[in-house]
Design a protein around this ligand. Structure first.
Ligand code: NAD
Length: 358
């Protein structure tokens, strides 16, 4: 297979982690006899410096002409005080919009080797964790209209609208069902149907849509309970699907169960066209250029890219197994080092994973 990818290294540690991820991709492709075609484009602060805007048109075109996009991170103190209209983060929002990415897949995986790095008690996470949060990304309160400020009874008031159309719910639930089918076929939909009208529609449409997938075991949970259960007994969950605001909060909560944000990949997907894969962390300006960054979140993003954009399950598993074996041998970057094993830098960690493939 020919794998055509657009690379967006971005700012801070972005170029370092993308370099290691591409090495892993190339090794995997060679091992499974695929060919890789990459092009690199500008996004974020480096794009502002080069051409005066965080998402040049050439970058959108490069992404649209690829099968998938692999992003490092954007932003940093250098661009903190510039015109808000062209902040680096606008590049990220812009590319998600340009590619029509409505689903955010955030796996929270705790490798058993890293149980000590988790903030939870070892008896709760002894077996490790493997949860997939599927968050709706383009609707709900963050985008709903009307929104704004008004005067009520002589004082300022502000409001947003949490609104979902049936079609928006259907497409995200369908995607979550497809993902559940590839995993343990358990799907939990998180809402607040005891209070919110929008959640009642969410639940109704979810039940209707999931009925198309009779093998998927669907359950429902109120968001306040889900927030508690993620801490109390996270291994009860497999795939969670939820709307934008709830998903924003729950996916961050789930990621903290695993200890380090340096370990967590993500995918943003649309109905068709290229999807975007990126680590969940930012550009880590405090460690940029020092060979200290953990490249594993980006390397695991490559694994998601192969699985979800190309259906290459064996290749994705090969990368995940390579990461696990490197961790089992005791190698750690600084962010996941808890006094045992061997501490290594970004490039050395990349080399270890490359060597462990095949
Ligand atoms: P951050 O994720 O960049 O860093 C938070 C902490 O985690 C830092 O101490 C950092 O050193 C550490 N860290 C992050 N990734 C790491 C890795 N791979 N290996 C080891 N340690 C790692 O968040 P922040 O400091 O709040 O933000 C820094 C910049 O990144 C800001 O400009 C912010 O806007 C931007 N940001 C970008 C994205 C993105 O591109 N998707 C996401 C979040 C923040």
């Amino acid at each position: 297979m020919n794998i055509k990818i657009c690379l967006l290294p971005g700012d801070g540690i972005g170029p370092e982690i993308i370099t290691q991820a591409v090495r892993v991709l190339e090794k995997t492709a060679t091992h499974f006899t695929h060919t890789i075609e990459t092009q690199t484009a500008l996004i974020g602060g480096v794009a502002i410096d080069a051409v005066g805007e965080p998402l040049p048109k050439a970058t959108i075109a490069a992404c649209q002409s690829s099968d998938a996009v692999l992003l490092g991170a954007v932003g940093g103190p250098k661009w903190d005080n510039i015109d808000p209209a062209i902040r680096p983060e606008k590049g990220l929002l812009g590319i998600r919009k340009a590619l029509g990415l409505f689903a955010n897949l955030r796996p929270a995986v705790l490798f058993p080797e890293l149980v000590k790095a988790s903030y939870l008690r070892p008896d709760i996470v002894r077996q490790g964790l493997d949860i997939m949060v599927v968050r709706e990304l383009t609707g709900g309160a963050y985008f709903g209209e009307p929104r704004g400020e008004t005067i009520i009874n002589g004082e300022r008031a502000a409001f947003n609208t949490m609104i979902y159309a049936e079609s928006e719910i259907e497409r995200i639930v369908r995607m979550a069902c497809e993902i559940a089918m590839k995993r343990s076929k358990r799907l939990c939909s998180v809402d607040k149907a005891n209070v919110l009208d929008v959640s009642r529609l969410w639940r109704e449409v979810t039940i209707r849509t999931a009925a198309e997938y009779p093998d998927v075991q669907l359950s429902h949970m109120y968001v306040d309970n889900a927030a508690m259960q993620l801490i109390r007994d996270p291994s009860q969950f497999d795939v969670l699907v939820t709307e934008n605001l709830f998903g924003d909060i729950l996916s961050d909560e789930a990621s903290m169960l695993t200890g380090s944000i340096g370990m967590l990949p993500s995918a943003s997907m649309g109905a068709d066209g290229p999807a975007l894969f990126e680590p969940i962390h930012g550009s880590a300006p405090d460690i940029a250029g020092q060979d200290k960054a953990n490249p594993l979140a980006t390397i695991l993003s490559v694994s998601m890219l192969l699985r979800y954009s190309f259906g290459l399950e064996a290749e994705a598993l090969a990368i995940e197994k390579a990461v696990q074996s490197v961790l089992a041998q005791g190698y750690r970057t600084g962010d996941i080092y808890v006094g045992e094993g061997t501490q290594v830098g970004c490039a050395a960690m990349g080399s270890l994973v490359v060597d462990a493939i095949g």
